[in-house]
Write a protein that binds this ligand. Sequence first.
Ligand SMILES: Cc1cc2nc3c(=O)[nH]c(=O)nc-3n(C[C@H](O)[C@H](O)[C@H](O)COP(=O)(O)OP(=O)(O)OC[C@H]3O[C@@H](n4cnc5c(N)ncnc54)[C@H](O)[C@@H]3O)c2cc1C
Length: 319
Amino acid sequence: MSAPFAYQAVKSDEEAVRAVASAGGAMYLAGGTTVLDLWKLGALQPSRLVDINAVPLNRIEVSGSGAITFGALVRMAEAGANEDVASLFPMVAQSLLLAASPQIRNMASLGGNLLQRPRSVTYRGPDPTAIEVDGRTDAIFGTSARTRSPHPSDFAVALMALDAFIKLRRPTGERVLKASDFFRVPADDPQRLTNLLPGEMITQIELAAMPWARRSAYVKVRDRASYQFAIVSAAVAVRLEEDGVIAEARVACGGVGTRPWRLPQVEEALKGRPADAKELEAAVAKADEGAKTHALNAYKPALLKRTILRAVLQAAAVA
Ligand SMILES: Cc1cc2nc3c(=O)[nH]c(=O)nc-3n(C[C@H](O)[C@H](O)[C@H](O)COP(=O)(O)OP(=O)(O)OC[C@H]3O[C@@H](n4cnc5c(N)ncnc54)[C@H](O)[C@@H]3O)c2cc1C
């Protein structure tokens, strides 16, 4: 049976960080769709859950210049349905609406989404040292002898592509990390998926204004059409010249890395090419540079290239 825990509801981020710092083994509780799941499986044994749902971090703010700030407690469903998010950063709205199920998206918060755990025994069983066996969904980038589970968050892939900022609070102050500094390759320490310090709380997620991100798309390939994690996904934004040639691109992928994976070599190779499938094939051919596969996931590099190609074409077709 799962161990009992104490419950404490707080009303401010200040109160929240103090509550977690004051009790060893305390954890934040947002939507609970990961925490309670893992508690029931014996993978998490919090001494106390600090409920942050009454903390006023549930707003989406859009600036005149087109920057967007999400409170960490905004629900996935609300952010996915927001018209400004959908028009300024289509890949973000799509990554959220293609995740989980409507019921889960109604409960699940954006902050909690970034801290969910991969779907393998190392993360979802009572023994955190359990070693994964080869599987067909394994990552092909950032793997180690200790872990090869792909990072499960769709939203995180879009944040990685857009160089989002993640605002953090702890009892002694605040700091901001770029998405690429927030997520870590777990390597020989599989339980450390981020550079969050013990007790730190995510307060906000910020997207700087990027007018050309209107031409962006998130393509998710999975075993069934809904309610399933990505086998491979791609978040792509393109800046097009007037003649339709790609001047700049952002490319990040899901389902392939032990953290959301940026592909700078593909971004570089896309520059200067017209957005037509034949031209783009040569650019996406570089997507599997550095990939490590085994017999069961050897299909992923080809699928990754096709997924990126679809996402580039979809992004470039936005009017
Ligand atoms: C069946 C199922 C299918 C799913 N499918 C997908 C999918 O396809 N794509 C996808 O991206 N996700 C998917 N998810 C994951 C889901 O999106 C996450 O469970 C959810 O976003 C977590 O948010 P939450 O608010 O419920 O977090 P919680 O469960 O409350 O918390 C999750 C973790 O984050 C910590 N935490 C929460 N908020 C904060 C904060 N502000 N600061 C610091 N720590 C915090 C908690 O302590 C805990 O460790 C699925 C989940 C389920 C159960």
